[in-house]
Ligand binder design. Sequence first.
Ligand code: OSB
Ligand code: MG
Length: 382
Amino acid sequence: MKSITIKSIELYPIALYMVEPLKTSFGVEPFKAAVIVEVVTESGISGWGEASVELKPGYGPEDIVTGLHMLRYHISPRLVNQTIESPVEVPRLIHAVRGNHHAKAGAEAAIWDAFAKTNDMRLADLFSHYAPDGHQTTNTVTVGVSIGIQPSVEDTVAIIQKRLNEGYGRIKLKIQPTWDVELIRGIRQALPDIVLMVDANSAYTLDDVDHLKQLDEFNLLMMEQPLPHNDILLHSKLKPQVKTPICLDESITTAHDLQLALDIDAIGILNLKPARVGGYSESLKIYAICAEHELPLWVGGMMESGVGRAANIAFASLPAVNLPCDLSATSRYFDPDITEPPFKLTDDSQINVPDGAGIGVKVDRERLTEAVARYNEKTPFK
Ligand code: OSB
Ligand code: MG
């Protein structure tokens, strides 16, 4: 494959209004914040990536200002002028920068896109190339939708109904200790057969075991990240006490974390977010471990713009991703997005991988400029 030489890196902090905000156990964001990364190669190709940093360090430790800072002063300088023979070399180039996974993932993603475009390949095929032998892209991703905390059970049923009508075959509800058993009981009364799961975003402690056991009767697909973000050990103590499968999100930030979670039997399912683990190179390592151990796997999201979502969709088309992903249609997130064409849901709750090279969707520069202006106007960090 052809190598790329990075000539420059442009950073665009953006704000996009969400069609439907996502209230979680740690709060709600007024808009979707992210840093869009453009890597320009010596031969004039632009690769796009998204550092999906938010406004509050609630899900992860970064925010948009730290993301911008790390990208500008610590990550980009290590990449500009480098010749890259393979995108899996990137983590080594920025290894001296500790942590800051979302920022690193944004830069790495832009390089993956530039590399795929330089070699006139779809990103999905490039990921397949680095996946275990025989793991070709399936060209489609089975998806679900993530629904935030609503004021009442009735409101929640109404939104679920709307999403079911749009074609989503799996519903994820955000929960918190004051809003869980009663909510799920109400949903199950109205909708006994839907594929349903919950995400606690680390809101519980091991003292809540008896409380969490009450969710066992509702036939949930899984319970995502019930316990603290940095505590794999506690999840190993919870897992044998509940019937609902335990899915880890926040706790798994490296391939090493996943190996540990498997070794101590703390995990039943993995939500892999490429941003959380620092990019697609680490994601491919994690993917290979999941495939080897037959650990059920799906790809999560950070309410990414089309730039971040396109790459995640390409990754999620790998065959060992075998549960519905949090990669919904564009209409669930933004109107309009900064990319074209929008991602659409098929009748069987799937999204197709686009045909074009790289991420396969085009960045609309005018909308990108508007989104940067919106960020500069609305940012609380002036
Ligand atoms: O915990 O999975 C999460 C969004 C932002 C931060 C954390 C999470 C989420 C989601 C989003 O649930 C799902 C999506 O991108 O559709
Ligand atoms: Mg989650």
